[in-house]
Design a protein around this ligand. Sequence first.
Ligand code: HEC
Ligand code: HEC
Length: 337
Amino acid sequence: MRELKILAVVVVFTLITYYLVEPFAHGQMHKHTEFNNFNYNGKSDIEEVEHKIAVAKAANEPTEELEKKLEEKKQFWADVEKIAQLQGDVAAGEGTYAMCQGCHFEGATNMGGVTPPSLEHAGSLYDKKYLIALVKNPAMAMNVDHKFKDPAMHPMGAIMGMVTSDQDIANVVAYLKAKKAGEVTSKEAFVEACGRCHADRYMKWTQVGFRPAAKEDIKTGKDINMLKFEQKVAEEQKAVAEYMGKLPPDLSIIIRARSEHFLKTFVEDPQSQLGGTAMPRTGLSKEGYEKVEEFLADSGDAKRHERAELGPKVLIYLLIFAIFAYLWKKEVWRDLH
Ligand code: HEC
Ligand code: HEC
């Protein structure tokens, strides 16, 4: 029975390390940021300005502009909350949606630095309150209003002059939630929510689409189509980099480089994780985030599904092997005891 005791001790220490020591060390090494559970109510945006005001006061700097900003943000998110209470009319929303399609359509090209994404799954990918905020004022919703003197200058800013009444906003969001909320694959989720800015080399995704297989082009002798494609990618990347101030990083191995918690909080609220970051908020719903995360996990670790399947089989094998080893040991030592 000594063996069992040793085994028990090993198991206990392993569990302690896994569940207590490791998370503790992790918590010490990574700054903890609060996650707002995909609830877009402007809480962190308001806190961010309050923090700036406190810093400015401590440095005896004027806070007038910041105080104005604070009031503006509080008012904006209170309005969003109010619109969220309205009953949206799906049929009327369809008419308003036609205006969105002026920019968002299959084959759209770069405008103001980015290519408007497909909205085919916008109802599932994005949170309702975020969508309301986005239609009301895209720069505020994405928390990039500090970059635009006039929010109408945001690449999607023109919508502010097109959809002006609260009821129209409620209607178009109700339309998206009812008619653009079908089943979404992890690939579609990534392409629509992140793909206009980020490449993913391992998945062959570029800002302008999936990289064509080189084979098709070899027969022309000069890979001319490939060169054209590369040129398109380079031009798009240049435009995105100019708009964002830097080229957004390739996300092939981001989940392994950072944690899931980081990714979740970063996507919900980039500024809280990386103050001053150029990345806008993306406003994903829980479902939308999970799909994006799945895509990125597959990208960084293509064999993970195979491995998960193999794991239990290996464990069963080890267990059977251990039983035999134990019986054999008893047999060998029997005469000596
Ligand atoms: C409008 C452009 C844009 C969109 C859309 C966008 N990002 Fe980003 N992202 C950026 C930029 C710019 C940076 C670089 C930020 C910096 O370094 O300040 C960035 C950085 C990141 C980082 C790296 C943070 C770090 O330094 O470790 C992650 C992770 C990330 N984005 C994830 C996502 C995900 C996931 C999506 C889709 C849900 C997404 N992004 C959508 C522009 C974008
Ligand atoms: C003037 C052109 C234009 C119009 C009109 C327009 N959009 Fe956009 N939209 C854009 C651009 C450009 C982006 C990308 C902005 C960015 O990444 O900074 C965008 C981004 C989005 C996103 C992604 C937001 C995110 O967080 O990733 C959604 C959702 C969206 N638009 C919905 C709509 C809806 C709904 C309407 C109609 C009510 C609409 N748009 C009208 C240009 C437009």
